[in-house]
Design a protein around this ligand. Sequence first.
Ligand SMILES: *Cc1c(COP(=O)(O)O)cnc(C)c1O
Length: 427
Amino acid sequence: MTTEAPRDGATPPRGFATEQIHAGDIRDSAHGARVAPIHMSAGFAFDSVEQARERFAGEVDDGYVYTRYGNPTIAAVERKLAALEGGVDAIAVASGQAAVTVALLGLLQAGDHLLSARSIYEGSRGLFRDNFTRLGIEVSFVDDDADLDAWRAAIRPSTRALFGESIPNPRNNLLDIAAIADIAHERGVPLVIDSTLATPYLLRPIEYGADVVVHSTSKFLAGHGASLGGVVIYGADALADPVFARRTVASRLGPTPSPLNTFLLQQGIETLSLRMERHSSNAQQIAEWLEAQPEIVSVDYAGLPSHPQHDLAVRTLPRGAGSVFSFTFSAGFEAARIFIESVELFTHMSHLGDVRSLIQHPASTSHVQLTEEERVAAGILPGTVRVSVGIEDVADLIRDLELAITAVRSAAPAVPDAAAPHAAFAS
Ligand SMILES: *Cc1c(COP(=O)(O)O)cnc(C)c1O
């Protein structure tokens, strides 16, 4: 995981930090601009009818027609992301949701079955449930995604894709990608992994057998929290056709990113390794600090030895376990509410992977549409809080959390004694 595969027999492998800056780079031949310029143009002029024909026929690699089919700024970030994931092709799109859609509609049609982990991002679950089913695609979920027999048993003759996330949010119940890829491949079915929370710096799913990797680049890959984006990346031996996904799915449905947004994404990726190191080490220290607080019953961070999948994290996430995780107050909703409303440096908002530290209450936000039972099954209790730890000085972040826990403590008499972590929230 520390070095890139050689690009040819003669070239020694380059490290990740070098590749995040140089991979995919093509020097601008018109003016020598060192950074890939923002080509903000809907279309591209032709020199001749023959050239127009060649470009429309797809006979030339670097000839552009119209930005929905391809654009030099977008192509630069696609080359970079394919290289960083160890893939051979990448399709940049306008959001993470669009990436999940393009990846899966490139594999599925009416009558097919999609088998997904239940632990996935709620937006993706809603996409499958509310949209894919309307297109005639059957979807089912594996409740306990650590149970390999449950995956095996749920595959049907019509199953055409398996889907899951490398680091699920908010409980970090890591997917054993290598084991699930084996199960998928026994049946000739591709495995699609949403690796948004890991990024290629922490984990490269293709190396573990995944066929297709998707990201919401709105998160860590961009890092600045300024723009949305998504990407679909294909491995060399993927049981999936990137040309079909690009030409027939992405170009026809049209979730084209703005060249401005892919330029901003490119600026973010150039510092990815530095940010992910700091995100992970800050998160590790904060998770350890939270675990030592008597008001907190559990901290779901895979970097902690107390986490049920810590061994898998040690094996597959040697550079750190990322920065998004949850923890639960024993006193339930009131404690979580006071805590969230008392922090000053953490921002209370719905996003993750930002350089800024963020905090939110999953039961009343991302998971509000679930029934109480579904929330409890997913480990989202009224006292559960999610953080996305940023790259600020960790001492300042811990001071902010100390302030908030002091507020929880001083309100303790108001919290009923009998309240358990399950205590319903007062809404
Ligand atoms: C945010 C997110 C998405 C959706 O991405 P958008 O860019 O918001 O559309 C998909 N998967 C995961 C894991 C996410 O965190």
